[in-house]
Design a binder for this molecule. Sequence first.
Ligand code: NAD
Ligand code: TDX
Length: 335
Amino acid sequence: MKILVTGGAGFIGSNFVHRTLATRPDSAVTVLDALTYAGSMASLAGVEDRIRFVEGDVADEGLVDQLVGDADVVVHFAAESHNDNSLADPSPFIRTNLIGTFTLLEAARRHGVRYHHISTDEVYGDLDLDDPKKFTEDTPYTPSSPYSASKAGSDHLVRAWVRSFGLRATISNCSNNYGPRQHVEKFIPRQITNVIDGVRPKLYGDGLNVRDWIHVDDHNDAVWTIIDGGRVGETYLIGANGEMNNRDVIAMILEMMGQAPDAFDHVTDRSGHDRRYAIEAGKLRSELGWTPRYESFRDGLAATIEWYRDNESWWRPMKDATEAKYALTQKVVGR
Ligand code: NAD
Ligand code: TDX
């Protein structure tokens, strides 16, 4: 199968490429990635010789047309992905997440190519901490940030292309991923690398915000399950019952790294900060038989800490610039 992976030099996309080559060695993988601040060839180390890498923009119509025309399936990971950045400057989010998706959809329509769209649970807004409900495929869209609104818009484009043009597409909306090769701007890698550097972890607001954690390999296995067996036109939520509040995650990281569980700083809260995400993945489990392999968040987190300890050369080049950016907007407000 010839697979076009957009965003394959980013966190989830690069893990998808590694996993695809390990589990489906006959696949012909092409990666299209613009190598923004979030993309790195180092994330494809060890497989560069087994893939075709194209540096380019998903909003480049001519390039996208050529690459999509040569594929059996497109898996679209490329995006501007960080909420904090979308608050500082929404414009690249509109261009990449909306115009980029539109460009890919048009090419997939012209060439009749199967398309899988990678999206997020953030399109559903947030839940109260004591709400017994979780997000399902029927939850209304109420995105909070420029990032989540741009992802919501891209999902709507996909649905319109299915209904109006008969595009053979599926969508998945996944919860928060963790694992190797995640940019140090994101919550878990930021705290792990801070502790390695002797810096106190940084908690936004009261830290009671809940995220529903899933290992990146479980996400990517679910994506393959949907490409293989999902019904065209359908949306599948992906999650692994990993709800935990940020304060508890920081305490776990500190404890696993030999520090006191309260050795963190409270910093300025994120504007519009979503309170809680929680996924009900029953449709994916019952219809397609998917189950996560990582049963213990603690074990997955321990392996992730180990990866950052062993791969400082991967994250060191991005650490100072990331913290310098945060320093412009975040102040320590308590200990
Ligand atoms: P990431 O920021 O780590 O990687 C994004 C990749 O896309 C980078 O390699 C970057 O260079 C590339 N890219 C950005 N703009 C591009 C453009 N215009 N053209 C081509 N390439 C471009 O992101 P991630 O965390 O790996 O997220 C991947 C996808 O998964 C995104 O669509 C995101 O919305 C979705 N998602 C992420 C999570 C999560 O927890 N990280 C959860 C659910 C869904
Ligand atoms: O230093 C921090 N301290 C902190 O308390 C950072 C960077 C984050 N946080 C909080 C904010 C969130 O409640 O941790 C939580 C997780 O933050 P992020 O890693 O920025 O993720 P989130 O905003 O939840 O979005 C992530 O999951 C859904 C991905 O970045 C998105 O791409 C995905 O769609």
